[in-house]
Design a protein around this ligand. Structure first.
Ligand code: GLV
Ligand code: MN
Ligand code: MN
Length: 426
């Protein structure tokens, strides 16, 4: 571990200014500028130059907040504030700094910055906790670059599968080579793994990515559990040919894939869970050629893994039938499997206490349909999450929006949740 610099202890008022909602939102804007897309659009993927740049900014803010910093063996940016005595087990606070393509500026990012702000306030107030505080800015939650999500948090949880090192990005760069180009040795990835004895739990603040808080006119909510997600790469293969070919001689991969897409939507909707086909590549993709091959993605989520898996089995049978009836071949490869994770009652209670401290009367218990780093960290230690209202429940889109008032409440609630865990009076 690389030791961070030490800085002089900031005054409480400087910390309050740095941890105000407007400062946090300004930091979100600063991070948003580190993007590979032009025109103000945001895309920032794992192990990229932009990842390096946002880690450096997060490290600087962690240092200002009183933390010792290091980048772990998987490229996660970490910071630690010791508790009453050095070396105590840590409460982790975290989220991610990577994004989907054409992202908003708050998904993941806001959680990291609220974590840093909470530590900053506690450090500036001189409160000594009976545990250490660590903030982790995970490098990959979205899986945008290598098609496999939670790479950063899986490395921290010690569940990183070394077979993933052979995954490659759209330019054919393997994950292994990407680690080397980032200055990390994939042989040392195991060093990113933390021991459960060194941790007391994990808290994550995140925009809700749903409409329920907004509908209830509430700023904050408590996550009950995170839906389990499975993702698949599906290839439908037919035969390319001239667009003058009569219908009864065709094996049109796109016509078959289209049937599959609507079947997925109908089946998932009827079963009361959610499924998305978000990626589709058509080959050869020409106006006068019958599509010979289509590659599509499937993302399937449910509160209960057994329900989700049963729906997948049904989908897989019907997809096979559709392809068989059209003379197409079907290949389904699973690219991601994260079981549903329940938040721990004790940590949930701390979040509830934190929300109550902001003056919000009721707090809803919400299922997270979106995936989070907590799913991976849940293999290692207990987790809980604070949800923050976002406009229209929109995320994974440039229109993502949170109000300064809600960010202020979330930061207060998060800080209070930490203090309540420490048994401190507010
Ligand atoms: C991440 O945001 C996911 O839910 O896929
Ligand atoms: Mn996301
Ligand atoms: Mn996220």
């Amino acid at each position: 571990m690389q030791q961070g610099q030490t800085v002089s202890v900031p005054s409480a008022s400087a910390a309050i200014d740095r941890t105000s909602a407007l400062s946090i939102l300004a930091r979100c804007d600063e991070l948003a500028a580190h993007s590979t897309l032009p025109g103000g659009l945001i895309k920032r993927v794992y192990l990229s130059n932009e990842h390096r740049a946002v880690n450096a900014l997060a490290a600087q803010w962690m240092i200002e907040a009183g933390m010792r910093t290091w980048q772990d063996a998987a490229g996660n940016q970490c910071g630690r504030l010791e508790g009453r005595t050095p070396g105590l087990p840590a409460l982790l606070l975290g989220s991610h700094l990577d994004t989907v393509p054409s992202a908003g500026r708050y998904d993941g990012i806001l959680g990291v910055l609220i974590g840093i702000a909470a530590v900053d306030r506690i450090h500036a107030s001189g409160t000594e906790l009976p545990f250490a505080l660590e903030v982790v800015a995970f490098g990959d939650e979205e899986g945008t670059r290598f098609g496999r999500a939670l790479l950063g948090s899986r490395a921290l949880a010690g569940t990183f599968d070394r077979d993933w090192l052979d995954l490659s990005d759209a330019d054919g760069i393997s994950l292994s080579d990407a680690y080397r180009a980032f200055g990390l040795d994939p042989e040392n990835l195991g060093d990113a793994a933390r021991g459960s004895d060194d941790l007391i739990g994990y808290l994550e603040a995140h925009i809700e990515q749903g409409p329920y808080l907004e509908e209830a006119d509430q700023a904050l909510g408590i996550v009950s559990s995170i839906a389990g997600a499975r993702r698949f790469a599906i290839t439908v293969t037919g035969k390319a040919g001239h667009s003058g070919t009569p219908f009864d001689r065709r094996h049109d991969a796109l016509a078959g894939a289209s049937e599959i897409v609507t079947l997925i939507e109908r089946t998932a909707r009827d079963a009361g869970l959610i499924a998305t086909v978000g990626h589709l590549d058509v080959f050869p993709n020409a106006v006068n050629v019958i599509p010979g091959r289509v590659e599509l993605s499937l993302d399937l989520r449910a509160e209960f893994d057994t329900e989700r898996d049963a729906v997948f089995e049904r989908l897989s049978t019907i997809m096979t039938e559709i392809c068989h009836s059209r003379g197409l071949t079907l290949d389904i490869r699973q690219t991601h499997n994260a079981p549903a994770v329940a938040c721990s009652p004790g940590l949930r209670e701390a979040i509830a206490v934190g929300i109550a401290a902001t003056g919000q009367k009721d707090a809803q218990l919400l299922l997270s349909r979106a995936g989070h780093d907590g799913m991976a960290v849940g293999d290692l230690t207990e987790i809980a999450m604070l949800f923050i209202r976002c406009r229209g429940g929109v995320s994974h889109h440039p229109d993502e929006h949170v109000t300064a008032a809600d960010v202020a409440s979330a930061t207060d609630a998060f800080e209070s949740a930490v203090l309540s865990l420490a048994g401190a009076t507010l």
